[in-house]
Design a protein around this ligand. Structure first.
Ligand code: GH3
Ligand code: MG
Ligand code: MG
Length: 329
């Protein structure tokens, strides 16, 4: 871990001396690789560096021509990006209580006077650096943990084979979508699809090829839903679900018909499919004002019944809960 320390003083000899002192710091418990000492010889330069490099610690002289140390600290402490950088004031002239209090009330970590008492100075700075390292480690750990939590969350709602949302996520999100659609008095559109004669497909071409088909069908679904509040799920086996927004029943049927055709248009050979030369799927579709739907279980059961009807009436078709649906296949 590299710790950037910005030292600020208008007198070169002071900067040089500080640098030499800091290089003597012996924090050799393998906690960090090195101190990186950055020098600034004016308040203005210090501000520029602090804003750009965000050092871990600033040792700040107070009396400087132009912008003095108090002004620099005040600016840094009132700026979102730099407000948390610890500042240690170093001063030869501003030693009275009034100035010391001013330094602390700006938000200084410490207020040290010159000439520097070497042992005290090094022991304090060493402690501060250790605390800073501890904080950085904690922050990194939290970042790492959050990354892992996010990854686990994604894995837990994703189907391992097809990489689309799984049944678990459907169970979690669908009641929320229904409730929100009820509040806004919107339509709910839910389609369930099931691949036709998929057992025969596996028997003919092998389970491995069957898996490949599931991945390709899932991709058709994924490529069809573009809006943030449209979802596709693998509900289990060779069954998928689409929960999507629509402003009319006609649009919903056009959308689902297109998906049905896109699956057939993959032109996946399926010799044992008696309703097409290619692999196909049957669909049940419900489009209804959310307020007319009792709950998700009812929606699921009713859509499944329509899917069953689609199977029963010849497969490779969409059967919906309103009249204008075009029967295909
Ligand atoms: P129908 O047209 O009536 O839906 O007939 P079907 O053969 O598709 O339906 P059935 O329920 O009889 O068979 C479903 C098949 O789906 C059986 C099962 O082995 C297969 N299946 C389910 N999950 C997977 C999977 O993850 N990979 C593969 N390759 N096959 C699967
Ligand atoms: Mg099937
Ligand atoms: Mg099935």
């Amino acid at each position: 871990m590299i710790i950037d320390i910005l030292i600020v003083d208008d007198i070169d000899a002071n900067l040089y001396y500080l640098e030499i002192l800091l290089k003597q710091l012996d924090i050799d418990d393998n906690e960090f690789e090195s101190l990186n000492i950055i020098k600034a010889s004016s308040g203005e330069e210090a501000l520029k560096i602090a804003m750009h490099d965000k050092p871990e610690l600033i040792l700040l002289d107070i009396q400087m021509p132009g912008m003095d140390g108090f002004e620099v600290a005040q600016f840094l402490k009132s700026t979102q990006n730099t407000k948390d950088i610890p500042i240690v004031f170093l001063t030869a002239s501003f030693k009275s209580t009034e100035f010391v209090n001013r330094g602390y009330s700006i938000g200084a970590l410490d207020y040290l006077t010159k000439p520097i008492e070497k042992i005290q100075f090094l022991s304090k700075i060493k402690l501060y650096i250790k605390i800073i390292i501890g904080q950085k480690k904690q922050e990194n750990l939290i970042k790492e943990l959050n990354k892992h939590i996010k990854m686990l969350e994604t894995i837990s709602i994703t189907d391992g084979l097809t990489d689309i949302l799984n049944r678990r996520y459907f169970n979690e999100i669908s009641p929320k979508i229904l409730d929100s659609a009820k509040r806004e008095d919107k339509f709910i559109s839910f389609a369930m699809l099931d691949i036709d004669y998929f057992k025969r497909y596996n028997d003919t071409y092998g389970h491995h090829m069957g898996d490949d088909v599931l991945i390709r069908v899932a991709k058709v679904l994924k490529d069809s839903v573009h809006r943030a509040d449209d979802y596709c799920f693998r509900l289990g086996g060779e069954e998928f679900g689409l929960l999507f927004n629509t402003n009319s029943k006609e649009n919903a049927i056009v959308f689902v018909e297109k998906i049905r055709k896109n699956i057939e248009n993959l032109h996946i050979e399926h010799k044992k499919n008696s309703c097409s030369d290619f692999l196909t799927a049957s669909f049940g579709l419900i489009v209804e004002k959310a307020n007319k739907i009792k709950d998700i279980d009812t929606l699921y059961r009713d859509t499944d019944n329509l899917l069953y009807k689609a199977k029963d009436s010849g497969r490779n078709r969409v059967v919906n809960n309103f009249k204008r649906g075009k029967i295909c296949g």
